[in-house]
Design a protein around this ligand. Structure first.
Ligand SMILES: NC(=O)c1ccc[n+]([C@@H]2O[C@H](COP(=O)([O-])OP(=O)(O)OC[C@H]3O[C@@H](n4cnc5c(N)ncnc54)[C@H](O)[C@@H]3O)[C@@H](O)[C@H]2O)c1
Length: 436
């Protein structure tokens, strides 16, 4: 592919046009990073409202680096479109569309639609990279044929690779450039081109030998996290039964300088990655072998049961204080899936509240990032958070302790606090607190 070597040279020099399909958290982050690195980028999204707002310079996607977005827009190198015209002039096309689970099965319809639209406009000597999280084989078996439908061939006419987004939303220590990029090409040349491109965006690129290896590496990372969270969640239950302090045990184990990585228990796993990504693996394993991926399925089961367990622990704690769950006034602080982000998708905190509401508790919530909760049968508006609200609650629940919370003030005014994350551990107090 003679034109391919020209593409490689352009990418190595940091030149070229980039089209990013899907201007969500992942797509907009990489689009902004590429624009800052000097590429001319068009972010394409089918959501007209989103594109209109972005084109007006409003960074409407939560979690995306505002300075990078602004720098891209101000430089004139970051633009937005609802049509796919930019694909025909692009050197690099990145596909960053959602891959949700629907009825416990991967729904790759957005990837299919995006690949079809790209395939219709693809010209020779383009590098196409799938970034969406998915199970191994998707790039080669699903995306490749859709791109080749117009007659071009991967490896001969265009280049195809997979590179997962691995950024941790809300993490200020590891920004976009600080997280190494894993890159796997359909061919050697595709891997080379993708590595050259991402080399301008991040500090380190890690090459693997295939798209499948890169796809599975991403699933391994999040599955590892999910399984280890399940381990400490089950440990927390065992410790509660035996009257052992879970956190003391974890602190002690974590002093080992090798072979142990600290994970902490909580009300369950949430967000749209850790609970979902391992399910891609379990779904594929069952589909292809007929066997379960036992450890992963079991871990998911342990985590799924945590919100109910936490709700029962809160109920038992109220009972010991002479208060029935039925009618108890419960104020939950923090309902997003993790602290300091505004994302409520798959949040275990919401599940805990739903369980308490199902037992008759009068459930209220406060969260600086969330105005309403309208899921799992709950229809709640954010409650006021002041001394009176804290004092009048039978239980104040620390489910997602955002940094913005004044924990000493909460401990001073609440009559009883259930701390599902041990957020109060470093505060000197004599309040009535029960820790998960
Ligand atoms: N958000 C994260 O923290 C994160 C981290 C790593 C990986 N991922 C993965 O990256 C992928 C994208 O996630 P996200 O969080 O950016 O999703 P998102 O929902 O924030 O954004 C996806 C965007 O794609 C657009 N879109 C959907 N189908 C389209 C199509 N056919 N053509 C054009 N636009 C289309 C949507 O309108 C939306 O704006 C998913 O596979 C996700 O699992 C997400």
């Amino acid at each position: 592919m003679a034109r391919g070597s020209t593409l490689q040279a352009r990418l190595t020099a940091g030149e070229g046009r980039v089209a990013v399909v899907g201007a969500g958290y992942v797509g907009l982050s990489v689009a902004a990073a590429a624009a800052v690195a000097g590429f001319a980028v068009t972010a394409i999204d089918r959501d007209e409202d989103r594109v209109r707002a972005l084109a007006r310079g409003r960074c409407v996607v939560a979690g995306v680096s505002k300075p990078a977005f602004r720098a891209g827009v101000v430089s004139g190198r970051l633009s937005f479109a609802t049509d796919f015209d930019a694909v025909s002039g692009a050197d690099v096309v990145l596909i960053c569309v959602p891959t949700p689970l629907v009825d416990h099965r991967p729904d790759l319809s957005a990837v299919e639609a995006a690949a079809r639209s790209v395939g219709e406009r693809l010209h020779p000597a383009t590098l196409v990279v799938l970034e969406s999280t998915t199970y191994p084989g998707t790039t080669e078996q699903l995306v490749c044929p859709l791109l080749e439908a117009g007659g071009l061939r991967s490896g001969r006419d265009f280049l195809l690779a997979y590179s997962p987004e691995r950024v941790n939303p809300g993490d200020t220590d590891f920004g976009f450039a600080a997280v190494p990029r894993v890159v796997g090409g359909h061919t050697e040349a595709a891997g080379d081109a993708a590595a050259a491109f991402y080399g301008h965006l991040v500090e380190e690129v890690h090459r693997v030998s295939s798209c499948r290896a890169a796809e599975l590496a991403k699933l391994l990372e999040n599955t590892y996290r999910m399984v280890n969270i399940a381990l400490v969640n089950e440990l927390a239950q065992l410790c509660a039964d035996q009257g052992i302090d879970t956190w003391e045990v974890i602190d002690a184990a974590a002093t080992k300088p090798f072979g142990f990585q600290r994970f902490e228990p909580g009300p369950g796993v949430g967000g749209h990655c850790i609970p979902l990504d391992p399910a891609y693996l379990t779904w594929q394993t069952r589909r292809d072998t007929g066997r379960p991926f036992r450890l992963v399925e079991l871990a998911a089961d342990v985590n799924d049961q945590m919100p109910d367990y936490v709700a029962r622990r809160i109920g038992d704690a109220l009972n010991r204080r002479g208060i029935a769950v039925q009618g108890a006034h419960v104020l939950a602080l923090g309902v997003t899936y993790k602290p300091d982000v505004g994302d409520i998708r798959e949040s275990a905190a919401v599940h805990v509240l739903a369980h308490l509401a199902a037992r008759g508790a009068d459930v209220r919530f406060h969260d600086p990032y969330v105005a309403r909760v309208d899921q799992k049968g709950l229809r709640l508006r954010r409650a006021r958070l002041d001394d009176r609200a804290l004092a009048s609650a039978d239980a104040v629940l620390l489910l997602t302790p955002h940094r913005a919370y004044d924990l000493p003030g909460i401990l001073e005014h609440a009559s009883f606090v259930f701390d599902a994350r041990n957020a109060t551990r470093h505060i000197d107090h004599d309040a009535d607190v029960e820790v998960l």
